[in-house]
Design a protein around this ligand. Structure first.
Ligand code: ADA
Length: 565
């Protein structure tokens, strides 16, 4: 699902709605042949998380989904917006695909499908092992299920599987040259020749292609030069339509052109300095989990804008593409990352090539699906891993070059909780610090000294040319705990801490962005919940139902004033 139609010619059909569902607590499904049909089942609505089903709140493990659908047959492409976390997909009893990772779209092609009714079955598993990303110890909830929309498409002839608009903005910012990378697929058993037409706005190019039967190939269009370009920015979120077609297929998308760079210790957007007034947001809601409704996404954006925010960090995983569409349209900057979340990864995990490769795959997938969003100005490679060890350095080095080489025009960073002992700062464009003075360590007045120590440490490490983002800071406040005195867990204390921290950060030349932890309270995992009131991470400016705490209004006044400076 996007905010616009992706196809006009291609026949697509939503598979959202009622599915058969069965929990496989003892993991007997495969041996008992559930891939051929579920023996017993309830009905659930997809997309959703199973945790919202009565008595499954804490269920972790395997569960099965089944649905039948009608097709005119031929080559089918199943599109899964998100399945938490591992998916095995069966069509009429035959396994047609496997995917790992809960937060990115994946697609599976099945050819030679006959006309008529067919059965699609998924085995979904959200349990953890030593190779899981994230590991089981995280500060959010372990939801499971088919969390985003499912659809089936009929492919015909030379089909367009994906696109990536690569571009360069000219020095004078008046012109852009772009070429589109197209992933084409021949959905037939014969060699086919066709002409691909690709247009960005009114600029069109054509490309003749010949593909062998069932071949998938990446091709580039010729360069398109766009004169008098209207660049994308916070104030002017200009977008161009992208329209690609062959004689039998089509794909529509959008692109915004902009130039983001780090220069002289600043972040420059289209040559002009920007400061990021941000907040971290989980795409989670107590009633929907990760199957987050688009209408609430929109409300979240409205609330963030009203608060004076110009940036959001999608902690700690790729957000729904519709949310990114909204940010593109509203000119809000976004930090997107994969769920490599510190806590659970010890050095041996970080050094494990299977973990490193799985993480790299997640980065590649995020780049593939989110490349054209102008709002994403920062790729985050991981959060709070051991970047004060060689294992952390190696992982950062590998992901930094992957994201720089293939991630388009973006800043690459990671969020460290080792501000004064990190040894990986070489492998980021901006140094991003998670720090909780006044909550886990010291009191509110210790921020001043911390910031001085930070500058000194970064200088000693030889990176004083790099700008700094404070990527997390905050305090927990239980919603409604409104008191005269400011003490931990009260709304007043949270407001005072954020106000003092922001006063220091916003007046510091080298700090170019602040991301408050966090937008709204979130349900947290059993492990983390032990030390968290209500089993929630209560550091939200809003509670989980989006009602504001005192800090929301305090931050709103500060951010609005900073924005208008
Ligand atoms: C970490 C982490 C967040 C959250 C936060 C906290 O920095 O990145 O996900 O757990 O701390 O509230 O302690």
């Amino acid at each position: 699902m996007r905010l616009f139609d992706e196809h006009i010619i291609r026949k697509t059909k939503s598979l959202d709605g009622a599915w058969r569902f069965a929990v496989d607590e003892n993991n007997i499904g495969i041996t008992d042949g559930w891939q051929n049909g579920l023996p017993n089942y309830d009905t659930v609505i997809v997309p959703s998380v199973w945790n919202m089903t009565r008595n499954l709140m804490e269920y972790e493990g395997a569960a099965w989904y089944e649905r039948s659908f009608y097709t005119e047959g031929g080559t089918l492409r199943f599109v899964f917006g998100g399945v938490m976390t591992e998916a095995r997909v069966y069509l009429d009893g035959k396994e047609i695909g496997y995917h790992y990772g809960g937060f990115c779209q994946f697609e599976i092609i099945a050819d030679g499908v006959a006309e008529g009714y067919h059965t699609l079955i998924l085995r979904v598993d959200n349990s953890f092992d030593e190779y899981s990303i994230p590991q089981s110890f995280v500060d959010w909830y372990h939801y499971g299920g088919i969390t985003r929309s499912v659809s089936v498409e009929e492919l015909c002839g030379i089909s367009i599987l994906s696109n990536r608009v690569e571009y360069t903005v000219f020095e004078k910012l008046d012109k852009v040259t772009a070429r589109i990378a197209l992933e084409l697929y021949n959905a037939s058993d014969a060699e086919l020749c066709d002409t691909v037409s690709a247009a960005v706005g009114n600029y069109e190019v054509k490309l003749a292609v010949t593909l062998s039967p069932r071949e998938t190939r990446e091709v580039y269009t010729a360069e398109i030069e766009i004169a008098d370009v209207s660049l994308w920015s916070g104030e002017n979120p200009s977008m161009y339509s992208v329209a690609i077609s062959t004689s039998t297929d089509d794909l529509y998308d959008r692109i915004g052109f902009r130039k983001i760079e780090v220069k002289d210790g600043k972040i420059l957007l289209n040559g002009k300095e920007i400061k990021l007034l941000g907040v971290n947001r989980h795409e989670e809601h107590p009633d929907f989990g990760f199957a987050f409704p688009a209408s609430i996404m929109e409300r979240d954006v409205d609330i963030a804008v009203e608060m004076g925010c110009n940036a959001l960090r999608g902690a700690h995983y790729p957000n729904h593409p519709v949310f990114l569409d909204m940010l593109d349209e509203r000119g809000i900057f976004f930090w997107s990352e994969v769920p490599i979340w510190g806590g659970g990864f010890d050095e041996s995990r970080l050094n494990d090539s299977a973990v490193i490769e799985r993480g790299a795959d997640m980065h590649r997938e995020m780049i593939k699906h989110y490349y054209n969003h102008p709002s994403i100005i920062i790729w985050g490679m991981h959060n709070e891993i051991l970047t004060d060890t060689d294992a952390g350095v190696n992982m950062s080095k590998a992901y930094y070059s992957l994201l720089k080489e293939t991630g388009g025009n973006r800043i690459v960073s990671y969020a460290t909780n080792h501000a004064l002992s990190d040894i990986s700062y070489e492998y980021c464009d901006v140094i991003s610090i998670n720090q909780y003075n006044g909550w886990y360590a010291g009191d509110i007045s210790s921020w001043n000294k911390f910031v001085c120590d930070l500058h000194a440490y970064i200088e000693k490490q030889g990176h004083s040319d790099k700008p700094i983002i404070i990527s997390e800071f905050g305090a927990a406040a239980v919603y409604g705990h409104r008191t005269f005195e400011a003490f931990r867990w009260s709304e007043r204390y949270q407001a005072e801490l954020l106000s003092e921290a922001l006063r220091i950060f916003l007046s510091d030349e080298k700090i170019v962005g602040t991301f408050i932890w966090q937008f709204a309270d979130i349900r947290t995992s059993r492990e983390a919940g032990i030390s968290r009131a209500r089993g929630y991470n209560n550091k939200g400016l809003l509670n989980e139902y989006r009602n504001p705490k005192e800090a929301y209004f305090v931050v709103r006044d500060i951010y609005r004033a900073a924005k208008n400076k």
